[in-house]
Design a binder for this molecule. Structure first.
Ligand code: GUN
Length: 308
């Protein structure tokens, strides 16, 4: 085709093909896991037992079951011991608190997590606050949250610290960048905003924390050099919301019905990947981006707990 007849938009699209870097969480996670496996072997040689992580799963939520099983499998892959404690949906708050207290004093255990969400009749904050901060490898206890805010040693929450590891692995520049975090959950958005504003690498960003009450969201997200999307809505971020050359980190993962797939569904993130990626300098895929990094960070925290 005579180039002069190619519409401008098509030329832009053509020139943008494959110009973005895929931030591959599987690759980065696997590299880190090799180091974790060496650390696990060293702990075993010194203490006579491998690092040991336990996970409490209450009820039958399908997604939570999948996540917890992936965490247990990851433990095996690096030579950790793992215990999956399945409890019925009907368990009372007091019974669950008693289980947590039992794990706090179990000397065979280095760290444990209580998978969220919990059933409505259980106060998740009470449960998280009952975990011994020294075993809180999710980094959700107020002591660990406080240490993170103050830049003191402690356990960092797995998803935000996994994102930091991924940015480090790909040498993403962060100093002085405008980072917009979409979503203010205690698990991802809020801690992410704190970690990226720290005087550290990755960090030293100017951070905007946007949420469901933010006005004119598109004008904010379009300012982002780094956009972390943790809003929990499938393909919410579209191309018009993203600045040319941005780095996009997509925390979401959702099943969307797709009759063309044998499984009947496909996985998508909070970002409309196909239209957003060509505008980006770098972007995480879904799956295979943030997910594997979350699990790797949990292993890192467990190794740290075991080394204490
Ligand atoms: N639910 C969703 N993400 C997490 C996580 O990182 N830890 C726990 N315990 N529950 C979750």
């Amino acid at each position: 085709m005579d180039q002069s007849t190619v519409p401008f938009r098509s030329l832009v699209e053509m020139s943008e093909v494959a110009t973005y870097q895929l931030l591959d969480g599987k690759r980065c996670g696997d590299a880190l896991k090799e180091e974790i496996a060496k650390g696990a072997a060293a702990v075993k040689a010194k203490r006579g037992r491998a690092p040991h992580l336990a996970a409490i799963l209450v009820g039958n939520d399908g997604a939570s079951k999948t996540y917890v099983e992936a965490k247990v499998k990851a433990c095996e892959s690096v030579g950790f011991r793992s215990s999956l404690i399945r409890l019925p949906e009907s368990i009372s708050e007091d019974e669950l608190l008693a289980r947590v207290k039992g794990l706090n004093t179990d000397e065979e255990l280095d760290g444990f997590i209580v998978q969220l969400p919990l059933p409505d009749h259980i106060d998740a904050d009470r449960v998280l606050q009952a975990i011994d901060p020294r075993k809180d490898v999710d980094g959700f206890h107020p002591v660990n949250v406080g240490n993170m805010v103050l830049g003191l040693p402690g356990f960092l929450p797995a998803t935000p610290s996994g994102i930091c590891e991924l940015l480090k692995y790909y040498n993403v520049e962060t100093v002085g960048k405008h980072c917009v975090v979409l979503g203010r959950s205690n698990i991802v958005g809020t801690p992410m905003s704190i970690l990226l504003s720290r005087n550290a690498y990755p960090g030293n960003c100017t951070v905007t924390l946007a949420h469901s009450r933010t006005k004119d969201l598109t004008s904010i997200t379009r300012q982002a050099d780094i956009l972390v999307v943790a809003i929990g809505k499938p393909e919410f971020v579209t191309a018009d919301m993203v600045k040319e050359g941005a780095v996009v980190v997509d925390v979401g993962i959702h099943r969307i019905a797709d009759v063309s797939k044998k499984s009947g569904f496909r996985l998508v993130g909070d970002t409309a990947f196909a239209e957003v990626a060509p505008k980006c300098k770098a972007i995480t895929p879904v799956p295979g981006g943030v997910g594997p990094m979350t699990i790797t960070s949990l292993l890192l925290n467990t190794l740290k707990a075991a080394g204490r």
